[in-house]
Design a binder for this molecule. Structure first.
Ligand code: CP3
Length: 342
């Protein structure tokens, strides 16, 4: 069985001898070969140059026996394609070119039909990867949820308190909805482009889904995700990752997605028992463990695997992205533990 088949079988909740494994942010700063490439080209250049994006995507697969490749890109290419550029602040975090605050600014964003053209480099990178992988590994596309993207756009970058996006949501709902409508349309067009270019699955990152009050998660985030998911065939694997959305997992599971990616604060075996049998679960080792020692990673990954024994529909992953200070030996221990598990 190829890695790609294993991954798709897990998404379809078929019986497997071990779960497939991949890691959020598996191509990134903890890899010396990534840092070497980044010394020569900026992050944005790497993202926008298909040959470089494909090369970075494949870096972790050359080192580790991972089952899936995730396109090297960023969720912020969508605001950029709509006309709001992003950059990395010197002190860390994201800065957007301006703060999106008014209805007039929303109306001035690029039309949805401009998105596939402006992101054609993503299709080119995926097509290169599809050819290179030749069915060996699952190829994952991704995007941010409308809510998570809106938070960057309205806050003007990374935020601590999320006051502006909440102000928009609670005081100017029609304007908020207009922005979400735009982002929803843009994401549908973007995911279609990714699927046509060869993506086997799509992960939606609702990384800031946990910052909105529980009773408002539906109106702020999930209804827009549901609208995106409804634009694709029900069997196509869409994975939804939310951080801090434990109370919303059941609602997320009924959004039409095929898999729910859960953060490390959840007990995955309990989540597996609670969610419907036809919904796969992904996760959820604490990413910080990979900054510690291989022994700890082996011990804790084995515990997680044992807790999921005899269940179906598990994709092994971390509960959030691997950190820049993660140790290569720890990543190796993680992949060895999952692939050698009996
Ligand atoms: O998973 C992968 O390997 C694919 C690549 C990927 C990146 N970003 C590369 C990246 C993916 C899936 C993302 C998604 C993303 N980007 C999210 C959602 C996932 C999550 O972590 O919750 C978010 C919120 C972003 C926005 C973003 N981009 C942030 C907050 C940062 C870090 C900024 C900082 O202060 O360092 C980025 C940059 C980024 N995206 C890097 C990588 C490898 C680091 C860039 C570098 O080399 O400096």
């Amino acid at each position: 069985m190829t890695s790609r088949e294993r991954f798709l079988a897990a998404c379809a909740c078929e019986k497997l001898d071990r779960p497939p494994v991949w890691v959020m942010r598996q191509a990134g700063r903890y890899l010396p070969e990534y840092r070497a490439l980044k010394a020569k080209s900026s992050f944005l250049q790497m993202v926008r140059t298909p040959a470089l994006a494909a090369e970075v995507t494949l870096q972790p697969l050359k080192r580790f026996a991972l089952d899936a490749a995730i396109l090297f890109s960023d969720i912020l290419v969508i605001p950029e394609a709509l006309g709001q550029n992003y950059h990395f602040r010197d002190e860390g975090g994201i800065g957007m070119e301006y703060r999106l605050e008014t209805r007039a600014q929303i109306d001035a964003l690029a039309p949805i039909d401009a998105v596939p053209d402006r992101l054609c480099y993503v299709a080119d990178a995926l097509a290169l990867l599809k050819k290179e992988l030749n069915g060996s590994h699952a190829l994952l596309g991704f995007g941010g949820s409308p809510w998570t993207l809106a938070s960057y756009m309205v806050e003007g970058g990374s935020s601590e308190e999320f006051e502006r996006i909440k102000q928009l949501f609670y005081t100017e709902r029609a304007t908020f909805d207009a922005l979400m409508d735009k982002l929803t349309g843009a994401l549908i067009a973007y995911f279609k482009l990714q699927i046509e270019a060869g993506a086997d699955a799509i992960q939606i990152f609702d990384s800031w889904g946990g910052i909105i009050a529980g009773p408002d998660y539906e109106a702020a985030s999930l209804r827009w995700i549901r609208q995106i998911v409804a634009a694709f065939p029900p069997t196509f694997p869409i994975i939804l990752y939310g951080k801090g959305t434990a109370p919303q997992l059941m609602d997320q599971a009924f959004s039409g997605v095929r898999a729910i990616s859960v953060d490390w604060t959840n007990d995955l075996a309990i989540i597996r028992r609670e969610l419907p049998d036809n919904i796969a679960v992904q996760g959820n080792l604490d990413p910080v463990l990979l900054n510690l020692t291989p022994d700890i990673v082996t011990r804790e990954a084995s515990r997680l695997l044992d807790s999921m024994r005899d269940t179906r529909g598990h994709i092994f992953n971390l509960g959030h992205g691997i950190m820049p200070h993660a140790r290569i030996e720890c990543m190796q221990a993680l992949v060895d533990t999952v692939t050698g598990w009996k």
